[in-house]
Ligand binder design. Sequence first.
Ligand SMILES: Nc1nc2c(ncn2[C@@H]2O[C@H](COP(=O)(O)OP(=O)(O)OP(=O)(O)O)[C@@H](O)[C@H]2O)c(=O)[nH]1
Ligand SMILES: [Zn+2]
Length: 352
Amino acid sequence: MSADESADPGSAAPGRWLVSRVDRQRVRALPLDDGGAFAPGDGTTVVTDRDGTLPAAVGEPLVPAVGDVLLAAPTPELPDRVLVAPRRSELARDSADRTSREQVIAANVDVVVIAEHLDPDPAVGRVERLLTLAWRSGATPLVVLTKADLVDDAADWVADVGAVALGVDVLAVSATTGLGMSELRERIAPGTTLVVVGPSGAGKSTLVNALAGTEVMATGDRRGDGKGRHTTSHRELVPLPGGATLIDTPGLRAVGLVATPDAVAKTFSDVEDLVAQCRFSDCAHDTEPGCAVLAAVEDGTLDERRLASWRSLQREMLRQAARSDARIAAQQRDVWKKRVQGMREYQRARGR
Ligand SMILES: Nc1nc2c(ncn2[C@@H]2O[C@H](COP(=O)(O)OP(=O)(O)OP(=O)(O)O)[C@@H](O)[C@H]2O)c(=O)[nH]1
Ligand SMILES: [Zn+2]
């Protein structure tokens, strides 16, 4: 990134850039200080280190994610130096490789819109799962039940889903008829960044297009070319009328859950409140006397389905932790293998 050429690099006011796209060893960034208006093709390319990282304003170097803010921070020695600004949130997914535990796919998100269809019936367990993902990110979740035009019991579902999405707004919308869309738009404050997550067919692209007011995403209607989705190029940062920004990256569409105990506790605050009341602090809520969880199921205040969902997310979280431990172990094995190999080569070389 080149700072203002005329300015003294050592004293230049740091420019701010918004990461709009991340590729191998390359990041595309848009100028942030021109009032936020941007068009595709705007911006600059920043070359990252070989491992994809850039120095961070705080802490270890980071692999930039879409939504990251970069600060031009030139020094006399490094006139092109840029830093990743501290993140206020990060949406991460369980990485498929074994090099790292999780991969941040969007940074500085304010609102995670959880899209779930009303037709077929919403899957409440999936909403709980995505709520955990959203809480984990540090952003605020918002549940949007889509395709409200196809059902006549949307209001009932808003109540039912609201009962499991504790402390979270739940709206029913139809992107095709516009039903509920103005309520949704009212909740999107200027200057905020949102992402839409949800299962395939939930109507995410249709929703994004309706919010953007233009056809920015290819929708399911265009399928049938045999090449799958997103064959047309799509923008990853979509400016919304009203001054908000929407992040849409392919990585966001199939998010492997990264859960933490805190995020699970936030999603299931009702269950966790009960857990705190169990007689034994290590209660397994199985057969223990004085178990507040079992008592709540018994008297009907806690849904059995919800308890099962909580247990299943806990198990998933533990499995994931074990997997990442295995990854770390594998990394250590690799280090040792290389050392042993190096030693053999050294000995061979000496023997010659
Ligand atoms: N009736 C009705 N149909 C909708 C609505 N929103 C989306 N659809 C339809 O649902 C189908 C899927 O919509 P998409 O927007 O492609 O869904 P998506 O979540 O982006 O799907 P993926 O890209 O596979 O993740 C399309 O045929 C849309 O036309 C709606 O509000 N009402
Ligand atoms: Zn208990």
